[in-house]
Design a protein around this ligand. Structure first.
Ligand code: AP5
Length: 206
């Protein structure tokens, strides 16, 4: 099964994607995580991407499309994959359609006023990648591996505001794009994490 998770920054794509990928035994591919790994590893691609990410802009289509094209050829995608954060432009969606058939697109819908507090309270483990929110996990230590949690550089308020503008301009049109192609399932993302997860499983089984 090949899935896409669509939604604005902070919608809960990463939170939900991990479990869904495990349930369906498919690869979880987060383009944001891939880019952050490139930055950590000090690669040329990472250096190019960092300048865009820090401004809350999208990394150029040519860079991202090539990266995803390679990634979905890997062995762990033999059973399918879940794309989290890709595509983000119509050009990326058209390029993906040339490469593979997508089964379903899960659009996680969350009102914009909920997104900024969600993102600014997010903390991530730099060692194992586990994600938390300060409201439910006030400690700055990772439960899973004991490392000190940190905040993403692009989760500063000014950058978040620009990410939301960029989402509305460049990525939101993909909702209509996949609706027209009969692939879209829209889920209310403004519920508890457990309730959103249950709605996604239900939506995918229908
Ligand atoms: P990326 O890493 O993909 O960031 P994003 O799409 O902006 O999404 P986020 O990771 O911020 O949010 P999320 O929806 O995963 O929410 P999460 O589950 O963490 O991209 C970063 C940058 O990389 C981009 O800005 C761009 O520059 C570049 N990039 C990446 N892909 C690209 C592409 N295809 N093309 C071009 N550039 C690209 O949840 C957020 C918080 O809310 C967490 O603390 C979580 O615990 C909490 N939470 C989650 N669900 C709930 C809930 N139901 N109730 C309460 N709290 C919740």
């Amino acid at each position: 099964m090949n899935l896409i998770f669509l939604g604005p920054p902070g919608a809960g794509k990463g939170t939900q994607a991990k479990n869904v990928a495990e349930t369906y035994q498919i690869a979880h591919i987060s383009t944001g995580d891939m880019l952050r790994t490139e930055i950590r590893n000090g690669t040329r691609l990472g250096a190019e991407a960092k300048a865009y990410i820090d401004r809350g802009e999208l990394v150029p289509d040519s860079v991202i499309i090539g990266m995803v094209e390679q990634r979905i050829k890997a062995d762990d995608c033999a059973n399918g994959f879940l794309l989290d954060g890709f595509p983000r432009t119509t050009k990326q969606a058209d390029a993906l359609a040339e490469l593979v058939e997508i089964d379903k697109v899960v659009n996680i819908d969350v009102p914009s006023e909920v997104l900024v507090p969600r993102i600014s309270g997010r903390r991530t483990c730099p060692k194992c990648g586990a994600g938390y929110h300060v409201s439910t996990h006030p400690s700055d230590i990772c439960d899973q591996c004991g490392a000190k949690l940190s905040q993403r550089d692009d989760d500063r308020e000014e950058t978040v505001k620009n990410r939301l503008v960029v989402y509305a301009e460049k990525t939101a049109p993909l909702i209509a794009y996949y609706e027209e192609r009969g692939k879209l399932i829209t889920i209310n993302g403004n519920q508890t994490i457990e309730a959103v997860a249950a709605d996604i499983v239900k939506g995918l089984s229908e």
